[in-house]
Design a protein around this ligand. Structure first.
Ligand code: NDP
Length: 266
């Protein structure tokens, strides 16, 4: 019997992740000898050690270890190096190679909604950083609004308009995105309701990167009659790109997507 290649997702928490289901379904439907599990990692500094001890061929990394994953790699692709966050690692020729598939996954979500325009991010964490750079490089105009100032430094250095709730000048945006973890484990909005309403009433659409629940942000946008989308498409698209790295381009992307999509229809 052919030996199986092992893959895993590292995170904390990790129990909720749909990645094992998505990748195992694609392995099974495409006939690839892979097996994908989950690993609750508390100390991010130990990622490299755990990856090697488990004998993995590849891994995904979720909150809060994407920066640790960046430091754990021997080689980085240009984009991952630029944004400092890795969510996909492949073991090749004795080395850990790091990639970021969140940002291209999110870019595809936005492209499907509009070919050009302005985007306001609510939140300034790792996902916002990589996605802002990718969207800007693709021609979108990106502005950041965050609860507090420290995380805005990166964006200001990169030349983005970046504000806290206190100094936000307002404006009309084609798309408003909850890029924060507000609503992930609680029922909070990513900004004060009055401020959010004033932003959403001029917005063309609203996206939440959180998946698996209808967040207070999406509920508010829907109640205001705005077109909305949750984080499932981003999850699917980043997973398809990661799978392509794991299997080194062996399968056509639409076939990978078709197989993974089944998980969301269960
Ligand atoms: P980080 O921990 O790096 O950043 C969190 C951000 O959220 C910070 O800007 C923080 O503000 C803000 N924030 C947290 N709580 C609140 C709150 N109650 N009100 C307002 N702002 C808040 O997270 P990531 O960037 O890694 O992830 C962000 C989200 O993206 C998560 O929900 C994650 O699940 C989701 N995600 C979804 C993916 C998908 O495939 N659909 C892929 C990757 C991520 P401050 O700076 O003030 O602390």
């Amino acid at each position: 019997m052919q030996e199986r290649e092992l893959f895993a997702i590292f995170g904390n928490p990790v129990a909720h992740s749909l990645s094992p289901l998505m990748h195992n379904r694609a392995f099974s439907e495409l006939g690839y000898p892979g097996c994908y599990g989950r690993y609750l990692l508390e100390e991010g500094e130990r990622l490299r050690e755990k990856f090697l001890a488990l004998g993995l061929k590849g891994a995904n990394i979720t909150v809060p270890h994407k920066e640790h994953a960046f430091h754990a790699c021997d080689e980085l692709d240009d984009f991952a190096r630029q944004v400092g966050a890795v969510n996909t690692i492949c073991f090749k020729d004795g080395k850990l190679h790091g990639y970021n598939t969140d940002a291209p996954g999110f870019l595809r979500v936005v492209r499907e909604m509009m070919p050009a325009g302005s985007v306001l991010f609510l939140g300034a964490g790792g996902t916002a950083q990589s996605s802002a750079v990718m969207l800007r490089d693709a021609g979108y105009e990106v502005t950041i609004l965050n609860r507090s100032a420290p995380r805005l430094e990166y964006f200001l250095k990169e030349g983005f308009g970046a504000y806290t709730w206190e100094d936000f000048p307002g404006g009309a945006y084609d798309l408003v995105v909850n890029m924060s973890s507000a609503g992930l484990k609680d029922e909070s909005l990513p900004a004060p309701e009055k401020l959010l309403r004033s932003i959403l009433e001029k917005a063309g659409g609203a996206v939440d990167v959180i998946y698996g629940k209808k967040t207070p942000f999406l509920r508010l946008a829907q109640a205001m009659g705005i077109r909305t989308q949750d984080g499932r498409a981003m999850l699917l698209y980043q997973g398809v790109i990661a799978f392509d790295y794991f299997t080194q381009g062996r399968f056509e992307m639409p076939k990978i997507e078709e197989a993974m999509k089944g998980v969301f229809e269960l």
